[in-house]
Design a protein around this ligand. Sequence first.
Ligand SMILES: Nc1ncnc2c1ncn2[C@@H]1O[C@H](COP(=O)(O)OP(=O)(O)OP(=O)(O)O)[C@@H](O)[C@H]1O
Length: 686
Amino acid sequence: MTESAASPADLDTELAAERAHLAAARAALHAMRGRAEQMYDAGHLIAGDPFAAETLGIALARRVAELADDPRTPLFFGRLDLDGAAVVDDAGTDHGETVAGRFHIGRRHVSDEAGEPMVLDWRAPLSRAFYRASAAERQGVTVRRRFGFHEGELTGFEDERLDRGEELGTASRLLTEEIERPRVGPMRDIVATIQPEQDELVRAPLETSICVQGAPGTGKTAVGLHRAAYLLYAHRERLRRAGVLIVGPNDAFLGYIAAVLPALGELEVTQATADDLLTRVPVRGTDPAEVQVIKHDARMAQVLRRAVWAGVAPPAGPIQVSDGAYRWRVDEGVLARVVAEVRREDLPYALGRERVRARVVALLQRQAESRSGESPGEPWQRRMGRTAPVTAFLDHCWPPLTPEAVLHRLLSDPAALAAAADGILTGSEQAALTWSKPPRTPKSARWSSADAVLLDEVAGLVTRPPTLGHVILDEAQDLSPMQCRAIARRTPHGSVTVLGDLAQGTTPWAARTWADTMAHLGRPGARVVPLTTGFRVPEVVVALANRLLPALDVDVPAGVSLRRDGELTITAVEDLAAAVVAEVRRAGRQPGSIGVIAPDTLVAALRAALADAGESVAAGAADGPLAVVPATVAKGLEYDHVIVAEPAAIVAAEPRGLHRLYVVLTRAVSRLSVLHTTPLPAALRG
Ligand SMILES: Nc1ncnc2c1ncn2[C@@H]1O[C@H](COP(=O)(O)OP(=O)(O)OP(=O)(O)O)[C@@H](O)[C@H]1O
């Protein structure tokens, strides 16, 4: 498998040399791990105290885990021969240094006993050229070599002599084999074949927030995961402390992507759904669709802000505090000024309350000082701050509150809601929001998932939430403005990577433009980068899905497929269950996973029919080799052979049913069979 012009004997020698390097690199990795294990064992002897021993122990255990060798994944997948590559840093700055030599590129760094690199981490600055160099701009690369592997065994290689103007681009056989390989099990990493336009996104500087609008299968999820791995490499300490979070649409999706980062040696990235982030209250209630839409609307942020600050009132009189033989007094006018000034500082509510308290105590302190000539200490200040008159003043002017109490009042008391929502929500919207049978206390409320978003917003007005270093949002088109605000609150200084496809928006609040989403995320004006080359869906299937695009009412560039293979059949059938069973059997003759994607209401019946026919159906959507997947769960997943049952019912099941169908049709890696008993949706008939 080589494109090189060398003789077969030369190639055998080359291959043998590469295999020897692989074996040596494996041995070196084992040695590195052995050293790390020894350090781990001796950790308590090296560390100065038990706390240091524990910290060191955790760090060393992590190091040992990172150095684990998985014999099924090759230690390197590429090689660069450099004749003087410029060393370019993270931000793309050339520092005038050059490097010559031969470097193997792999998933992690491996060095020999002397510390000389045997394999460079794919994220190292030098590795950039592996992904970006071209014949026109060869970045010091003379030869780029890609390796073919089978179950960890090196089977061949493919060379591009960039110095002779040779360049394969997407014609690379190894790339084609990788994207056409049958899919089994969870998602895999793409480090060996990251494309230049993907690499630009993966390696964008940490400070940059970016938004990727990508057609189905263009690698958005892959880019997001590799970006997380890259950022952790380039900014290890900072991000380990601050945290990196990946937000995905549902648990099936999170299960599907869960193995990618560990395979890249990154074990500490949190993956969650947007709902998982909002854990203030258990979600025990539901809202009708129209109420959810109001609660997720950005206008709710204004309503909640008003509701929180509505409690701040001018003082009702002066404060008089007894202090031993003395009595101190602060006049009403002075107190009013303090309240007004702190209000203008626009602090979170609870911090504001403490600031007012501190200012009042400072006023009392000044009086005590002028009387005694001495400055009372901290215990005195604390005591004064807690005296009954000061507390009563605070409770009147700046009452303590909890997010639950604020929302409970808003949703129970039409007058309170009217005051907060006047000019923002219509009368009928307010009526829809108000509980028909209000729970007696905030504690007894059955909060819905939309309420959880509102409570988070209120909590963000009351205190500052813990923050994250970087957040990657996948399927971001489905996030509501209020969900975006919840993320923005957690990243006031960090950056975000936003990945999505407006055409795949299925929630009632799905984004129509990325500018809106980025504004709600607190990053107005962020760059929107299109990805249009599809690595999953074959051309014939893309052509079918693209027929839906005009009906989806979104402005997105259509995808083009790299895949010329693939099969599409559309069949009218009489008995859907029997047809699905027969199609699953037919599909089972080929390697790879099979996903039957059906309207949610038909899933149980189809599962039963397949089980009756002796087929073993996986429990989870991403557990393969055969899964029956509700249409509403299919987002982000892929199967070699997708069998779509009853597309018209998928469309009819929800307001954005056509978008759902677009998602469902684009899950196929190799073959798509559409089975229907009722006529196809008009947009598909094309
Ligand atoms: N550079 C690449 N090399 C090899 N495979 C790739 C590459 N980029 C993407 N893929 C593969 O293409 C498939 C689709 O990628 P991914 O799921 O990241 O796309 P997506 O844009 O998130 O799709 P969707 O929006 O439809 O869910 C995956 O199997 C992924 O591994």
